[in-house]
Design a protein. Structure first.
Length: 98
């Protein structure tokens, strides 16, 4: 899977949005016609888990309650055909696209 990091720098007081809907829109606009198939919020240890959607236990959460990015990435590659990870450094959020 290819990874692209998006970094915003400002010499003033303005900050970009950190909300998932805004970041999803930005990623999908930049890499149209790709669509979001998953996300990982590293600051809140949240992710869109295909197994939990099927009412199965999540295999991505480690003992320390963090999400294994490598395991999650492999799941999205296998089950959702993800091929691009767009990482927004200012928010600590990755949007996975297919």
């Amino acid at each position: 899977m290819e990874k692209i990091e998006i970094v915003f720098k400002s010499d003033g007081n303005f900050r970009p949005s950190e909300t998932l809907p805004d970041l999803r829109s930005a990623a999908e606009a930049l890499f149209f016609p790709m669509k979001m198939c998953g996300f990982l919020d590293e600051s809140d240890n949240m992710h869109l888990c295909p197994q939990e959607e099927r009412k199965q236990p999540c295999p991505h959460v480690l003992e320390d309650k963090t999400v294994s990015e490598a395991e999650y990435r492999r799941t999205l590659e296998r089950e959702r055909k993800a091929s691009l990870r767009v990482f927004f450094t200012h928010a600590g959020i990755s949007v996975y696209l297919t």
